[in-house]
Ligand binder design. Sequence first.
Ligand code: GLC
Length: 747
Amino acid sequence: MLFCSRLASLAPLALACALFAQPADPVPALLAQMTVEEKVAELTQRGGGEPLGPDPAANARELDKLLVQARAGAVGSYLGACGAAHTNRLQAATLERSRLKIPALFAHDVIHGYRTIFPTPLAESSSWDPDLAERTAAVAAREARAGGVRWTYAPMVDIARDPRWGRIVEGAGEDPRLGALFAAARVRGFQGPTSADHAAVLPADRLLACAKHFAAYGAAEGGRDYNIADTSLLTLRQVYLPPFKAAADAGVASFMTAFNEVDAVPATASTFLLRAVLRDQWRSPAVVISDHSAVSELVAHGVAADRRDAARLALRAGTDIDMACDAYADHLAALVKDGLVPMPDLDAAVERVLRLKARAGLFVDPMTDETLEARVLLAPEHRALAREAAVRSMVLLKNENSTLPLKPGLRRVLLTGPLADSGRDILGTWAALGKGGESVTPLAGLKPLAARASFDLRHEPGCKPAADDAAALARALDEARQADVIIAVVGEEETLTGEGRSLSMIELPAPQQRLLEALKATGKPLVVVLMIARPLALSWVADNADAVLIAWHGGTEGGSALADVLSGDKNPSGRLTVSFPRNPGQIPIHYNHKPTGRPNQPGNRFTTGYLDVPITPLYPFGHGLAYTTFALSPVRVASTVLQPGNVLTAQVDITNTGDRPGDEVVQWYVRDPVASITRPVKELLAFSRITLGPGETRTVRLSIPVAELAFLDASGNLVLEPGEFRLHAAGGAMRTPDVVLTLKPKM
Ligand code: GLC
């Protein structure tokens, strides 16, 4: 296949055209010709970002180093290289002297958008809309491909039950079933319609996806990033692995190993995870890449004597690519020559990487059309989707006296809080190429609303994100006393969230808390808008604000979306996918907890509980309000007797009992009260979003194979036991009584 036209377009580099007379499958022939050094290069990944420092001369020197190593054929893939011109330059240098013309693969952390930034993944999961996640991932892929990226290190599918862990923001919350649905949706969004086919070349606007961090990274002890994740094999199977399995079933092209140990073996060297589970049980041919420097970190873990030993352990366990620490580059060739790494192990890893490159279309056309970026990045339809996603992600936690939506006839509104006009913080962590200056902040979003509704919008931050400012506070209070309503945008600067940003105390920063208390003292209606990445302990806010809306780090269009919701143009419909604790002392806290032998009885100290707080969260998983109200009928079932192999069907009627249209998320929960092992007090079985007009009633149907009532055992087998099951339906703020079902034994 001739891609000469692409190279020729790089006239300054005057590169010879390389002809790819491609057989149907170039991999076997390539592998047969490769030297050990060329094979090791394919397993080596280094940083490749364009040098963009303040000193042009230093940038030129750094770029030259990148090009020299590219020409030397030392790097099979790059982390962080993006921008069509830059990736083309690196690719041309790679191909210029490459003996076998194997293109380089460019990877980037495109977690929730590339240049158009969507709500953070945890925020987006609050939409309970996997199709939305698939659509936003597809747009992120389209933009990233225009920038020369072909592989994203997403979706992050770690189940997290501990908001002290900064990375809870990157996943889909605490429930394995919902997490699995979002994992598969995001994989399909990134990889496109051929996602399930590892042999198919991805469409030109899609990305290779990467399920991370394999596995149980979210179980970090103490919520402390990079700490051990000490979980039983049963909990690993039932809670942490299901989203990875869903990603594997969706055809995810790669997995990234977690930093932590699993059952006392670091994931990067875990034959249990990388061979027994991923290859033998799940039959996945995906590439496994280590997390950043995780191969060398086997030494710090204490399972490798040195980096040479670490390289041996990691490769033999099944880690194909060494991200950014050169343990493979420095030691793998010698390990093979010394017989400590069998050539078949090396070849298997190289073959998977070559197939990954083939799937990325690199053997068809390794260059990027440099005219695409101007047309694709931040396209209006991408912004529109970002706005829609931010609206559907927002969660209304409280709305006393229907404080929201803002009433017609308002004269003067104070917008305060240190995050009310922060373009960068609203993008959240892992914002790729998102630019704060391209965001719509809450202030920018509310201005058109003020003009339309003819109210005077006043803006006074009142404090800094992490520092008091007496003068600013005085101005804010002065404005508050003259306002009809106060909107306070508070929460977390994005630099407090994401990787390496665990917190022992999960409260609003003290200056922001003081601002809220002073605003409350004015007696004016107080709307608290939370620009947060994780659950915080919000008891004071819950008790004292008139309305509380989680806007999360809503992305490029977060401010527009906030105006849509505050105005009532859009009805908030998000539901929590993670529990909000009353204080950190309750952590870990999650809805699908075990009953224990002494289930909590308030007032009875000899049952599981605390003396100082209830064991219930401040806001539970699944919680969320709307500008209207809903009612659920009792659940109806065709039969209370279930047979294995049958389908469980149930119905519930939902009515919009308010005077506005609204969305509800009807959630189905089940409990297995008696089993051979302890089972959670309830587990999410299925859910569906529904839009209802005022007064409208519709029937929501559940239809799910009885096999879905099974649980996973420690070996990963599904176990379906006869006996009683209790089923109920729920919405954002209500539930039905249980219906008792009986599963008959298998005949
Ligand atoms: C980081 C993160 C991982 C990311 C990788 C590359 O340490 O753990 O999620 O994809 O390095 O940036």
